[in-house]
Design a protein around this ligand. Structure first.
Ligand SMILES: Cc1cc2nc3c(=O)[nH]c(=O)nc-3n(C[C@H](O)[C@H](O)[C@H](O)COP(=O)(O)OP(=O)(O)OC[C@H]3O[C@@H](n4cnc5c(N)ncnc54)[C@H](O)[C@@H]3O)c2cc1C
Ligand code: SF4
Length: 577
């Protein structure tokens, strides 16, 4: 019934189930079957008997037998079983998260299945998952896997929070390099680390283990943080807990950076972001929105009013495609499309945000033939958003050829596996329209318009990737009908007005120059972290940098305070003589 409804809504020709022919590919997203993964269901439970010990859960092992759960040989006895996303045909009809809710009892892992998956963590001795080739915040993964196995969920969240300020964000959106580096992944499928992280933090919120921690003492030193994305929030959290007075300035009308206005609802619900921001507020961090530093607030005034300044302004300048027809109506940057959609979804009941956002001011993909140029997370989010707008069709161009289905020889474990995968948006298109939207090894040459300046088609050419870059292949030009082309080819650098105003040095890629681990810019008392320093990256790297810049900023503040106290002491002493 559902498929017929969805079918008519999309005016699609045919619905087929997502093909599993992808076979031996790797993805941490539950839409992709992973290598050697034959087990798609839950580990069945079998309980009987009248005594308590008879009611111990008996779980199915790989050999088909049912025995009590054990961890010692968990990775041998149990198969990887990631918690599946909601059915693509159902979820494209709403903006709810991909992850099942507690109401989706058929999909959501129960506590026994969670323990089975945690039992697969093999006490490998050197947990590569937690090292630099794995988790960027060095989450203590084996420790919390053991705690989950032992049902010690409160200890598990404490251990998780000791390295990661916002596991509810990473548990939802992280591509999980940890799983690419998991030792079990050498011979079998990796542990479902990301699922377990998500389960720990969601249970902790549910059970009330996450409560405001208001610092008992204050240092009297103050920090201004510009930008409220994950790096700014992590820096603020750390500095606040160290006792400094922290104020975050954000030019948007809501806090969260790309967590709020970039990553769409289906990957990360905005209630999840607001819940953490509210907690930080209760812990004493101040938030100032609609504060565009360098535009409506003088940056030098900010510098003189605070003891330190930390820039976490992201890398928001998109890569353009300067080809004929670029100015036609219907060609847009990905972030215009995504941000406007997000603002529309977040409209208040009065019909406007504080920024006086109008509900008509957004780009719709409804009924359109959409072409998304460029892949990655942003490209997938444009596909998923177009599907929810009920586009007529969606195609995704990739410049690079189809990645291998298994690791190439120059991409060994424990590196991040650069292999073929099916992300949520691709799965949705395949489920609704019957085929994967991706077209590989093509470049866009020209946009074509009608007499009114509207986009009507574009022209591509196939390319061959050589050592010197992509080379177009003669005679392979092709015209594609489209009335909405979305440019999703990455981001080149942070906007420059803040660094120009402060006279900061930038690096070769025009990111703010500050050495990783040190975070000091070329101007005394000014620090930089996150995407504006390292270039567009991941939420987990932003958290890593936010934590790092907090340490650097704290050392600076301690020295500044010592110097000030020294000066006061000298002055008093001078008054006595
Ligand atoms: C569409 C999209 C999807 C993504 N999906 C994923 C994903 O699934 N998983 C993942 O790990 N990563 C993903 N990323 C990347 C991730 O979101 C970023 O790497 C991360 O948010 C960077 O954090 P940040 O704090 O450095 O910057 P941002 O999150 O960009 O935050 C910077 C903030 O600074 C504010 N700002 C800038 N200049 C000023 C100023 N002058 N005054 C005041 N405020 C200012 C901006 O408004 C913004 O709110 C995605 C990115 C995009 C664009
Ligand atoms: S933050 Fe990312 S890399 Fe680290 S444990 Fe979680 S999913 Fe893995």
């Amino acid at each position: 019934m559902l498929s017929t409804r969805v079918l008519s809504r999309f005016r699609a020709q045919k619905i087929t189930k997502l093909s599993t022919a992808a076979g031996r590919c790797f993805s941490t997203g539950p839409d992709t079957p992973s290598p050697l993964d034959e087990d798609t269901g839950k580990h069945e439970l079998w309980r009987e008997g009248i005594y308590d010990h008879d009611n111990e859960p008996m779980v199915r092992r790989r050999d088909g037998s049912f025995q009590p759960l054990e961890k010692l040989r968990g990775f041998i006895n149990y198969q990887r079983n990631p918690e599946p996303y909601r059915d693509p045909l159902e979820r494209v009809t709403d903006w709810g998260e991909l992850n099942p809710t507690s109401e989706d009892v058929d999909l959501k892992h129960n506590s026994v299945e969670r323990k089975v998956q945690a039992a697969r963590c093999m006490d490998c001795g050197t947990p590569f998952c937690s090292t630099h080739s794995g988790c960027p915040v060095n989450n203590k993964i084996p420790e919390w896997n053991t705690l989950v196995y032992e049902d010690q969920m409160q200890e598990a969240i404490d251990r998780l929070h000791s390295t990661n300020n916002f596991p509810e964000f990473t548990g939802r959106v992280c591509p999980a390099p940890c799983e690419g580096a998991c030792v079990a992944g050498l011979v079998d499928n990796p542990v479902t680390i990301k699922n377990i992280e998500y389960a720990i933090v969601d249970k902790a919120w549910e059970d009330g283990y996450i409560t405001p921690r208001v610092p008992k003492t204050r240092t009297g030193m103050s920090v201004a943080i510009v930008g409220s994305g994950p790096s700014g929030l992590a820096a603020a959290d750390q500095l606040n807990q160290m006792g400094h007075n922290v104020t975050i300035f954000e030019r948007e009308d809501r806090i969260g950076g790309l967590l709020m206005y970039g990553i769409p609802n289906m990957k990360l619900s905005k209630d999840t972001v607001d819940r953490r921001v509210d907690l930080l507020r209760q812990e004493g961090i101040e938030f100032v929105t609609n504060a565009n530093i360098g535009e409506n607030i003088d940056i030098n005034e900010l510098r003189s009013n605070f003891d330190a300044l930390t820039l976490c302004i992201g890398a928001t300048m998109p890569r353009d495609l300067p080809i004929p027809g670029r100015d036609l109506k219907g060609v847009h940057f990905a972030m215009e499309f995504l941000t406007k959609n997000q603002k529309r979804l977040l409209m208040t009941s009065e019909g406007a945000l504080e920024s006086n956002w109008s509900k008509d001011d957004f780009i719709t993909a409804a009924g359109k033939d959409v072409i998304v140029i460029g892949g990655g997370d942003t490209g997938t989010d444009c596909i998923g958003t177009s599907m929810r707008h009920r586009c007529r069709s969606v195609t995704n161009f990739e410049l690079m050829p189809v990645p291998p289905h298994e690791r190439a020889s120059d991409n060994p474990w424990p590196q991040w596996p650069r292999v073929y995968g099916v992300d949520y948006g691709h799965a949705e298109v395949a489920a609704v329209f019957g085929e994967d939207p991706r077209v590989y090894s093509v470049m866009t040459k020209e946009f074509l318009g009608d007499d009114d300046g509207n986009l009507r088609a574009l022209v591509t050419q196939e390319v061959e990737i050589t050592k010197t870059g992509p080379v177009p292949i003669d005679g392979t030009e092709k015209e594609w009908e489209t009335d909405l082309a979305i440019l999703s080819m990455g981001f080149i650098a942070p906007e420059s007005y803040v660094s120009d105003e402060l006279g900061l040095e930038v690096d070769q890629r025009n990111n703010i120059h500050a050495i990783y681990g040190d975070y000091r810019t070329s101007t005394e008392g000014v620090f930089a972290a996150g995407d504006c320093r390292r270039g567009q990256s991941l939420v987990v790297w932003a958290i890593n940098e936010g934590r790092g810049v907090a340490d650097a900023c704290n050392s600076f503040l301690e020295k500044k305070k010592d110097a000030e106290m020294g000066n006061q002491g000298d002055a008093k002493f001078a008054g006595l003589v």
